[in-house]
Design a protein around this ligand. Sequence first.
Ligand SMILES: [Zn+2]
Length: 150
Amino acid sequence: MVSALALTGRVRRALASEAISVEKLRLTDEQWQARLTPEQYAVLRYSETEYAGTSELNNEYREGTYVCAGCDLPLFKSDWKYDSRTGWPSYWDAIHEHLTTRKMIYAFRAPVEYRCARCDGHHGHIFDDGPQPTGLRYCSNGAALRFIPS
Ligand SMILES: [Zn+2]
């Protein structure tokens, strides 16, 4: 068990080189509803969490890239995916400059939320129980991602 402070420090180090220079995508609520499935809309626009074990991406291990389901911005490479046994697609690293993060303040062991830097869609949370070399786990909603085989 690592304290929230330690988590914050490790995540901060991992994201230290973060430099957001992504052009923003801003749509109206009606446009988002038309663009997304109801599940994608609930996760990306209203930060809902899909039920564990429901995403077909849990079993996706081909080589490729995981992009934001809202705007196609690449977020994860297949090399970083691993089976965290949580029921959610998990990655030990991310394309940092394509994510924004914010600290959640409601929980004692406060997780860090990450969002798409282009469309500001909610994707998941970063935990500190991932494998090396980062020790991080990007816990993703599969509904927020689309897999593109390479
Ligand atoms: Zn996006």
